[in-house]
Structures are given as C-alpha cells and as structure tokens.
Design a binder for this molecule. Structure first.
Ligand code: ADP
Length: 183
C-alpha cells in the first residue's frame, strides 16, 4: 500500500496515519518528525531546517527530497509506506514520481484531509509544539495555501486524490479513509 496523507497543518494527518500503520503494518514517513529529530540532535540538516520551521516556513525542497529518497530505499518500505507531510510542493511531487519510478513503485491514493481554517486554529490551541503559536500557525497555513494546496489539482488530474472530511470523530474519519483506500 503506497499512500500519501495530505492536508493543512492540524488536519490530523499524523493521528490518522498512526491508525493506518497499526492496521496495515506499513511505515509512516513523516518529514516533520524526521526534521524535528534532526533539530533536536543538532545535525547540519537540523541547523538548516530549525529556524525555518520555527518561523512556519517550508524547508528547501532539495533537503526534504534527499531525506525521503533515502528513507524510501530502506527495507521496511518494500511492501509499502505512508508519506505524512510530503510532498508539500509541486517540485517535491515531481521528484517523488521520479524516485518511485526508479524503485518500480507508484502512489495509489492521496488521502486529502479537509479541515476549515477556523477549526485548525481551535485545534492548534490545544497543542504544545514550538511552532504552534497563533502567528506561526497562520504562517504555516499561508505556506500551505500558497505552495501545498496546488498539489490537489496535480493529484486530481492523476486520478489519485481521495478527499476526506477531516471534521468529525476520529473513528468516523478513520472509517472514511479506509473506504476511500478500499480496504
Ligand atoms: P504540520 O503538518 O502540522 O505543519 P509537520 O510536522 O508536517 O507539521 O511539519 C512541521 C514543519 O516541518 C513545517 O512547518 C516545515 O517547516 C517542515 N516540513 C515538514 N515537511 C516538509 C516538507 N515536505 N517540505 C518542506 N518543509 C517541511
């Protein structure tokens, strides 16, 4: 199963991804988690990404593309994977296509969690991450609208987009995702 989880910050991608990982045994690849680990370990990657993340901006495409390419080559991705928070720009999506083609794989479903801005702001109030202050959340939403939202049309054209209402109980949303991916 080769999945992409797509949606604005606070849409619940990480939470719903964990359910899929538990049910289907594919690894979750979260570029946000990988970058946060790099920041807390003080690696060169982390030093480059940290200030951008703290400001709510995307990190450069080359950085995340390299990370994901290496990660997808690992053995646990042989039977599938769930990408969470990647791709986030059209160039990232194009690079992903090239990398997967080289590995003889392709994306089956892009699960798009749809959540309105006011609900996102409410949800973020309850979280404690360093980049969850109201001003930074707004910046992340702006980045999403400008750079990430165009991916919906990109995947729609390829017949891969599965829009899911991201407002509701965790169980309802999980059920809708399972129906959309046909499992
Ligand atoms: P959220 O979806 O809540 O914004 P993430 O954990 O996915 O949280 O991302 C946190 C931050 O990490 C982003 O604001 C961005 O700075 C950086 N980041 C994560 N994934 C990517 C990516 N694919 N491209 C560029 N930057 C990314």
């Amino acid at each position: 199963m080769h999945l992409v989880f797509f949606g604005p910050p606070g849409a619940g991608k990480g939470t719903q991804a964990q359910g899929i990982v538990a049910d289907y045994g594919v690894p979750q690849i979260s570029t946000g988690d990988i970058l946060r680990a790099a920041v807390s370990n003080g690696t060169p990657l982390g030093q480059q990404a940290g200030p951008l993340m703290a400001a709510g901006k995307l990190v450069p495409d080359e950085l995340v593309i390299g990370i994901v390419e290496e990660r997808l080559k690992e053995r646990d991705c042989e039977r599938g994977f769930l990408l969470d928070g990647f791709p986030r720009t059209i160039p990232q999506a194009q690079s992903l296509e090239v990398v997967l083609q080289r590995l003889g794989k392709s994306i089956e479903h892009v699960v798009s969690l749809e959540v309105p801005d006011d609900v996102i702001h409410e949800r973020m109030k309850g979280r404690g991450r360093a980049d969850d202050s109201p001003a930074t959340v707004q910046k992340r939403l702006d980045e999403f609208r400008k750079l990430t939202a165009p991916l919906k049309a990109y995947y729609q054209e390829r017949g891969l987009l599965r829009p899911i209402n991201g407002v509701g109980t965790l169980e309802d949303i999980a059920g809708a995702i399972k129906r959309a991916i046909g499992r």
